[in-house]
Design a protein around this ligand. Structure first.
Ligand code: TXE
Length: 469
């Protein structure tokens, strides 16, 4: 097992959110395991950083091929431990392979610089990998988010210690297994499974880790940044969002309704850039809301391994309880009208942590579902009279991850893309994240960017060399 050491270790059980059955166990790692993993990956750094980029690419391409060949098994495991429908797991595994392929194809692309001056001679800038990097991965998209971290780190010649979430670590372990089989020396990437308090904090605290990429809750990210600060490691934080979708008068209400339903209920609503608040022009709101209810009502909720299922359970009971209390408080305080959902399924007939697709309208701007991240299948819809009002309300959150505007009017697109405070702004689409472009948020959604060549920059440092001939 990846934690390395001996027997008699404490174990963590991983349960299927559909029925609470056991899917597997992993070791509860310790700070000592982190020390060992950092030492090993530190020892491997010199050789991996000096491996020619095409050689590194070969391994990443080969791993991606193996993962594609094993897609169904990996996706089944992901569905069993995470809860999402198999079709989404299949896409996520393909997404992991695609990100590896992307970084394999640009490995070595970020070259240095050169100039010459009479006064200083030859001026060179080398871009060097920084050393051992760490990643802390959440449970909502464990494979995809792992690829955003491991891809640029390996392609740029760094080594890595990874900590998956303790409730969804199994797919991450299996994926790393494929990297080893593709020829990656095991000491280049080590996984330490375990709790955030023990393993996560040991990574943040470790002085030999030079960069740490974290995805998770705001409060955890702030804690990680505080612990990491005295070691001056680069800290990249992706902390979720409360993405707004603005539907303008000229938008196709049907297309927008389909977009709202897929952008909210994908992954049971547990996606950082899911649509978490909709603002629709009053003039088309009746038509739009009717369609949203129809499409949401047609979603088949159930065991993600069963055919035709569109939405699985919330990942854990505690996540579901937190979600339900946000909704309950909003309803009890009469801060919204419930169009569908908003209740817990009957526990006598349903073992899993399911939650009905929920749609709320007439939502008070101060309602809990408008001010905190809603990490589950709940869609609050509000109406607006003017674009200015919609943009102001979309920006009235501490988050700034994504936002979308649905219109074909170029003047509106130009204004909205400039004024929406978000790391990514979509037009007539939402929740699409290609590996080629940067991804990350402003305000409390985080610091730094993943994806694209920008991610390589996070893991490289410039060294200036001045040669007087
Ligand atoms: O997150 P945590 P949780 C948001 C979402 C969700 C809420 C809580 O709103 O409802 O966070 O989810 C590790 N030091 N997002 O509690 O705890 C932990 O083991 C270091 C949004 O699951 O932040 C896991 O590997 N690490 C988000 C990872 O941090 C620690 C995705 C995330 O867990 C730690 C997930 C500590 N002290 C949740 N404590 C997104 N950005 O999309 C925990 N961890």
């Amino acid at each position: 097992m990846q934690n390395g050491q001996g027997n008699n270790r404490d174990m963590i059980s991983v349960y299927n959110p559909v029925d609470g059955s056991l899917v597997g166990t992993v070791q509860a790692g310790t700070a000592h395991d982190v020390d060992e993993a950092v030492r090993e990956t530190g020892d491997a750094f010199l050789s991996w950083s000096r491996t020619d980029p095409p050689e590194r690419s070969k391994i990443l391409f080969s791993a991606a091929g193996r993962i594609r060949a094993d897609q169904k098994n990996l996706a089944t495991l992901l569905t069993r431990e995470q809860g999402k429908p198999l079709k989404e797991s299949m896409n996520e595994i393909a997404g992991f392979a695609r990100v590896l392929e992307y970084y394999a194809s640009i490995s070595g692309m970020l070259r240095g610089d050169y100039g010459v001056s009479r006064q200083y001679g030859h001026m060179m800038v080398r871009r060097e990998p920084i050393g051992v990097c760490a990643a802390i991965i959440p449970w909502n998209l464990p494979a995809l988010i792992m690829s955003w971290k491991i891809g640029p780190v390996l392609a740029s010649g760094n080594t890595m210690v990874l900590k998956p979430s303790s409730t969804a670590p199994l797919t991450c372990l299996a994926l790393v297994g494929h990297l080893y089989e593709a020829g990656l020396p095991p000491s280049v990437v080590r996984i330490v499974t375990g709790s955030g308090d023990e393993v996560g904090e040991a990574l943040a605290r470790h002085q030999d880790i030079r960069a740490l990429s974290f995805t998770g809750a705001v409060r955890t990210g702030i804690r990680v940044a505080e612990i990491a600060a005295p070691t001056l490691k680069k800290t990249i934080l992706e902390l979720g969002g409360s993405d707004a979708m603005i539907v303008c008068q000229d938008a196709d209400p049907d297309l927008a309704a389909k977009g709202a339903v897929s952008g909210r209920f994908f992954n049971c609503g547990q996606t950082c850039t899911a649509i978490k608040r909709v603002f629709v022009d009053k003039k088309i709101s009746d038509q739009f809301i009717r369609r949203v209810c129809e499409y949401a009502g047609a979603l088949k909720v159930g065991n993600g391994l069963e055919k035709g299922v569109d939405m699985g359970p919330v990942h854990t009971m505690s996540q579901r309880d937190a979600l339900h209390s946000q909704v309950e408080e909003t309803i009890t305080r009469e801060m919204a009208t419930v169009l569908c959902g908003g209740t817990l399924p009957d526990s006598s007939s349903c073992m899993g942590s399911f939650y009905h697709p929920t749609i709320l309208t007439d939502v008070d701007p101060d309602a809990p579902v408008m001010n905190n991240e809603v990490f589950g299948p709940v869609l609050p819809i509000s109406t607006f009279d003017s674009l200015e009002e919609a943009i102001t309300r979309a920006n009235a959150t501490r988050y700034g991850l994504g936002a979308s505007i649905w219109t074909h009017d170029m003047r509106i697109i130009s204004k909205a893309t400039e004024e929406l405070k978000a790391g990514i702004v979509w037009v007539n689409q939402h929740l699409r994240i290609p590996p080629e472009v940067p991804f990350g948020g402003t305000k409390f959604s985080g610091i730094g960017r993943e994806n694209g060549r920008y991610a390589l920059e996070q893991y490289l440092e410039e060294k200036t060399i001045l040669i007087q001939p």
